[in-house]
Write a protein that binds this ligand. Structure first.
Ligand code: HEC
Length: 157
């Protein structure tokens, strides 16, 4: 157990409890337990789905299958959400960074919507440009948050 982990964990529990109090949800005990749970696994599953959808889009671009791109883009824009308990853990962990995290997610959504619209217009250049913007939006969130998530929820440095 590395000592520098303590304040973070304490903060997580406190923030999660505050969030629960604000939402009027769940008992304190349940929330404190959830905050200590070992992983953020639904998020990871959702991310893997997004990774696969990006591959489908790449394939669609290569084949100029704009219908396939147009069909796949909304899956990226409106990706699934983790269940409430996991969201609470994530919010508790993020603390003051929750706004920045949401903003990254909103940029991804925006870029995926632009991608879908370009594909509907069958505008190959615009599809590629918005796909690049989309990839940058994934990268930006990963560069800031991936490592801390992996360390915190899975204990892997
Ligand atoms: C709002 C932040 C955010 C955005 C935006 C985001 N991700 Fe992620 N992503 C994460 C975090 C956090 C992890 C690490 C989760 C973990 O490993 O527990 C991650 C992990 C991943 C992984 C690795 C999953 C694994 O098997 O370990 C893939 C693949 C992925 N994201 C794909 C994407 C794609 C594609 C996009 C854009 C279309 C995207 N993500 C946008 C936060 C984000």
């Amino acid at each position: 157990m590395r000592p520098r982990r303590f304040p973070r964990t304490t903060l997580t529990v406190m923030t999660a409890v505050t969030a629960a109090a604000l939402l009027g949800a769940a008992s304190w005990a349940a929330v404190a337990g959830a905050a200590r749970a070992p992983d953020g696994s639904a998020l990871r599953t959702i991310m893997r789905e997004m990774g696969r959808d990006m591959q489908v889009v790449t394939d669609g671009i290569a084949r100029e299958d704009w219908a396939l791109v147009a069909k796949t883009a909304p899956r990226l824009a409106d990706h699934r959400q983790p269940p409430l308990a996991e969201k609470m853990r994530v919010l508790g962990f993020l603390g003051n960074d929750a706004g920045a995290f949401r903003q990254h997610d909103a940029r991804t959504k925006q870029a995926a919507q632009a991608l879908g619209q370009a594909a509907q217009r069958r505008d190959g250049e615009a599809v590629i440009a918005s796909f690049a913007t989309l990839q940058r939006s994934c990268l930006a969130c990963h560069q800031r948050f991936r490592q801390p998530f992996v360390e915190h929820f899975r204990g892997q440095p």
